[in-house]
Structure formats: structure tokens, C-alpha cells
Design a protein around this ligand. Structure first.
Ligand code: ADP
Ligand code: MG
Ligand code: MG
Length: 211
């Protein structure tokens, strides 16, 4: 795959909705250990609303698609993850612009802008035990893979592999951002819920590009 088109990008979002729905109990369990047990329901409600919007009003360009996704998440999900995921997708949209498809470097730039948006909003740094600890290494792996080959699916597989490693690496960390940080030392020994859902985001991308 040298490009990813609107149907595939919609497929990515659909697959992400399906994965958070499949793993809702797992995400809830992670957030009950170090948060308020709503990350599973936040993600399924948010992505459910996203897919409803896409089905109700089809879009013609990548920026329209992701601006709609971002706005829906910001408005339908309370808590930290709504604005953070919302900003991630909004920035993807504004960076992609009014196009019908993205090539590998266009997708890399859009995802990177999404990460920058998450940082602008949440001020997370590496090792703070947040979704940043999955997003940043996944995008680094995505970029590194594109130096070797412009194949988006192999870059997505590399990103997903780095995402799983980043997710697992949050377990021994002490949380420094979000609700989990209120627990101090007691946040150690649990995988971060947002890191886990962000890993599903890359799983979804790798899977739809392999179809
Ligand atoms: P809430 O904590 O408001 O209940 P969620 O449970 O839906 O919201 O999401 C929690 C997740 O949000 C955390 O596991 C973490 O990954 C992410 N998060 C929280 N604060 C930040 C932040 N400042 N920067 C990046 N990610 C954050
Ligand atoms: Mg929560
Ligand atoms: Mg909450």
C-alpha cells in the first residue's frame, strides 16, 4: 500500500470502534485499578458516536472526516480521553487537508501533528504513564519503517509492535499525569488504560491495511 484512501481511513475508525468494544471489560478493569473505571465506556461511547456520525453524514475529504471525528469525541466523551483523542484526530484532519487519500509521508505527518496536539493539550512527557508512551514510540517506529520502504502496511505493523511494547512498559511506571497521578506510588504495577486503548488504535490500522 502506497496510499490510504477515505474508505480505508473509515475502516480504521470502524475497526478501532470494534476493538474498544471487544476489549471494553479490559479497559474498564485497567481504569478501575488506577482511575475511575470509565475508560472502557468513554471509548466505546465516543467511537460509537463517531461511527454514527460517519454513517449519518458521509464525507468527501480526509479533513472533513477527521474534524468530524475529533469534534464528536470532544463533545461526547467527558474526562481526559475525550479532549485528548479529540485533539489527536482534529489535528490529523487539519494537517491532511481537503484530500481524498494520503500517501505514506502524508499519513506520517498527520499522525505526528496529532501527537503534537495531544502534547499541547495534556503536557505529557515520556515516562509519565499516559497514552503518550504508546503514541510517541509507535510514530517513531512508523517513521523509521518508512525510511526503509514506503509501504504503509509494514510501517503500520512496526508501529503496532512498538505500541504493544510501549503499553507494557507503562506497567512499572509511576503516573505523573491525569487521575492515576493522584495515586502516587500506588499507580505502579498497572498498565495505563489510555496506553492500552492507543495500542488498539495501531492494531486497528495494521489490521485494516492487511486486508
Ligand atoms: P478520566 O481519567 O478523566 O476518567 P479516561 O479514563 O477516559 O479519562 O482516560 C484516562 C487516560 O487518559 C489515562 O489512562 C491516560 O492515558 C490519559 N491521560 C490522562 N491525562 C493525560 C495527559 N495529561 N496527557 C496524556 N494523556 C493523558
Ligand atoms: Mg477514567
Ligand atoms: Mg472519568
Amino acid at each position: 500500500n502506497d496510499t490510504i484512501d477515505l474508505d480505508q481511513l473509515t475502516g480504521w475508525l470502524t475497526r478501532f470502534r470494534d476493538l474498544v468494544t471487544e476489549k471494553v471489560a479490559y479497559l474498564t478493569e485497567l481504569d478501575s485499578a488506577i482511575g475511575d473505571a470509565d475508560h472502557g465506556s468513554n471509548m466505546t461511547r465516543g467511537m460509537g458516536a463517531v461511527l454514527e456520525r460517519i454513517q449519518a453524514s458521509p464525507v468527501g475529504t480526509v479533513d472533513e472526516l477527521f474534524k468530524g471525528v475529533g469534534m464528536t469525541l470532544v463533545t461526547s466523551v467527558g474526562g481526559a480521553s475525550g479532549p485528548l483523542y479529540g485533539t489527536f484526530f482534529l489535528r490529523i484532519g487539519t494537517t491532511a487537508g481537503p484530500v481524498k487519500a494520503l500517501d505514506a509521508s502524508g499519513l506520517a505527518a498527520a499522525l505526528r501533528a496529532g501527537l503534537d496536539g495531544v502534547v499541547a493539550r495534556g503536557k505529557a512527557e515520556a515516562g509519565d504513564k499516559t497514552m503518550f508512551d504508546v503514541l510517541a514510540p509507535a510514530l517513531d517506529a512508523f517513521d523509521a519503517a518508512l525510511i526503509v520502504s514506503s509501504d504503509i502496511s509494514s510501517a503500520a505493523r512496526a508501529a503496532y509492535s512498538a505500541a504493544r511494547t510501549g503499553r507494557d512498559a507503562t506497567e512499572p511506571l509511576l503516573a505523573r499525569k491525569g487521575r492515576a497521578s493522584y495515586l502516587g506510588e500506588r499507580s505502579i504495577g498497572h498498565v495505563d488504560p489510555g496506553a492500552a486503548s492507543t495500542s488498539l488504535l495501531f492494531q486497528a490500522l495494521a489490521e485494516i491495511l492487511d486486508e
